[in-house]
Design a protein around this ligand. Structure first.
Ligand SMILES: NC(=O)c1ccc[n+]([C@@H]2O[C@H](COP(=O)([O-])OP(=O)(O)OC[C@H]3O[C@@H](n4cnc5c(N)ncnc54)[C@H](OP(=O)(O)O)[C@@H]3O)[C@@H](O)[C@H]2O)c1
Length: 304
């Protein structure tokens, strides 16, 4: 298939491009820096500044699937008003432009979304049957509006899939940020450690995207999290063990809030999420459904 990917130079995108190439798809990407993207990924790349330009026509020529991953990283420090605007616009405005520019050859629009669409509190288990209420937090608003923009593609008859992604474990994202501290033996929990962390191994997430691109049964919003979420304190202990380091330190919630402001929600919110549709509707088989095997796999590959 001819597949256009946005945000392909990021953590998830790099892995996804490799998998889709292995599966003999033809990949094009759009990027803020096409020369760099083409060099890093080894695929055709086109410059696109979503804020000021339309999607380049060459990128969409004969395109059958769009996979939309682009967006300002939420985990890069404090959420100033300018960054909050960029986090929102780089997802919502870009999605609107991609949907508006979709060619008649398009069969599916696969768009990132996040578990941030759920309330982020307590021990209740949420799945895709959750009804989004009227009053939403900032993260819920981004995810909700992102999914609504993507869903507009359905008017053209194309399939839409929104992948509500949990915390992705691999050689990027959250793990890359906290690993140096854990490797020094200074890692540990945050807040009271009771908050739920809905993780997924990068290989499984890439399989979800690859399947969503090809399998016409995949439609609508789908949770991409492992079937066994853990509490943050369990996660910290398992990571310490996988690295063979102590993980007894704990960062109080107040310190995190003073340091990161609103962005502290990324570590302190509690998301107990089930991948109900993947398991029950699609019979998806996770390669890594337990945290210890996921971490063992990653550290056999990356830590040494
Ligand atoms: N990683 C996770 O744990 C996780 C969890 C839930 C949801 N997600 C979602 O999945 C998507 C991909 O995640 P990721 O971890 O691969 O992200 P990432 O590593 O931060 O990469 C995102 C890519 O988007 C483009 N981008 C970044 N800021 C941009 C901006 N301000 N305007 C336009 N383009 C921008 C960049 O590509 P160019 O530089 O080539 O333009 C970048 O490589 C994101 O939308 C993210 O919200 C990720």
């Amino acid at each position: 298939m001819n597949i256009l990917i946005t945000g392909a130079t990021g953590f998830i995108g790099r892995h996804l491009v490799q998998r889709l190439q292995k599966n003999h798809h033809t990949i094009k990407v759009v990027s803020r820096n096409a020369a760099r993207a083409s060099q890093v990924l080894g695929v055709a790349a086109f410059d696109w500044d979503y804020a000021t330009q339309d999607v380049p026509a060459e990128a969409l020529h004969d395109c059958e699937v769009i996979i939309n991953l682009m967006g300002e990283n939420l985990g890069e420090g404090r959420w100033t008003n300018a960054r909050k605007h960029e986090m929102y616009a780089s997802r919502i405005l870009s999605t609107r432009k991609l949907v508006a520019a979709a060619p008649s050859t398009l069969q599916a629009f696969i768009c990132a979304s996040a578990i941030g669409i759920y309330p982020g509190k307590g021990d209740d288990l949420y799945d895709e049957s959750y009804q989004v209420p009227d009053h939403l937090s900032f993260m819920q608003t981004i995810c909700h509006d992102w999914e609504q923009e993507a869903a507009r593609i359905e008017r053209s008859g194309a399939r839409r899939v929104s992948i509500r992604t949990g915390v992705v474990l691999g050689d990027g994202g959250m793990l890359k940020k906290i690993l140096p501290v854990f490797k020094l033996g200074l890692g540990g929990s945050v807040g009271d450690g009771l908050q739920w962390l809905p993780w997924i191994h990068i290989d499984d997430l890439v399989s979800v995207y690859a399947e969503a691109a090809q399998n016409t049964h995949f439609r609508g919003s789908i949770n991409a999290v492992s079937p066994n979420p853990v509490r943050y304190s369990q996660f910290a202990a398992a990571l310490g063990k996988a690295l063979n380091r102590p993980a007894f330190f704990s960062v109080p919630a107040l310190i995190l809030k003073l340091t990161l402001g609103e962005a502290a929600a990324l570590a302190l919110n509690s998301y107990r999420i089930a991948p109900s549709r993947l398991l029950e509707e699609f019979g998806f088989k996770f390669k890594f459904d337990h945290l210890t095997t996921a971490l063992d796999d990653l550290f056999a590959k990356t830590a040494h």
